[in-house]
Design a protein around this ligand. Structure first.
Ligand code: IDP
Ligand code: MG
Length: 154
């Protein structure tokens, strides 16, 4: 099954919304393959947001992302990368559709609750950046056969 990386950002942790956000992925049928709390270092953030280096908001973004512990998790399921991105909504939460995580929980471009990998290639890199092999769990859920049809599970 496909895996993608999410980060529940400092605003999500500080506002006490981690449970509400994770619940959405679980309710949709996704499985949590890994999860931990960590404080992101400048070194890690400079690597993670390398594509944004040079933007006027870069320093402020690094400061924000290291201002509180965050929760990092791996979400697993068919087409997880694309569906999880869709569930997050637009980067600027003020433009995010109602019903998306950002559209329901945030009003800011920077403080937008959640990071999610933007492609299968990025997901692979980001999972390796944040998790060791022995922190990732493959397991079968008893209700798996009610989440996907037989042919979809294969
Ligand atoms: P994404 O998180 O929707 O993939 P990116 O463009 O990859 O959006 O930007 C990464 C993060 O940087 C955003 O989630 C947001 O927290 C922050 N960010 C992006 N654009 C701006 C901006 O114009 N001002 C402030 N922060 C921004
Ligand atoms: Mg991005």
């Amino acid at each position: 099954m496909e895996r993608t990386l999410i980060i529940l950002k400092p605003d999500c942790v500080q506002r006490g919304l981690c449970g509400a956000v994770l619940e959405r992925f679980e309710r949709r049928g996704f499985q949590i393959a890994a999860m931990k709390m960590m404080r992101l270092s400048r070194r890690l953030l400079e690597e993670h947001y390398a594509h944004l280096k040079g933007k006027p908001f870069f320093e402020s973004l690094v400061e924000f992302m290291s201002s509180s512990p965050v929760v990092v998790a791996i979400i697993e399921g068919k087409d997880a990368v694309e569906i999880v991105r869709k569930m997050c909504g637009a980067t600027n939460a003020r433009n995010a559709e109602n019903g998306t995580i950002r559209g329901d929980f945030a009003l800011s471009t920077q403080c937008n609750i959640i990071h999610a990998s933007d492609s299968k290639e990025t997901a692979k890199k980001e999972i390796e950046r944040f998790f060791k092999e022995d922190e990732i769990f493959s397991y079968e859920r008893l209700l798996g056969k009610f989440t996907y049809s037989k042919d979809e599970r294969e």
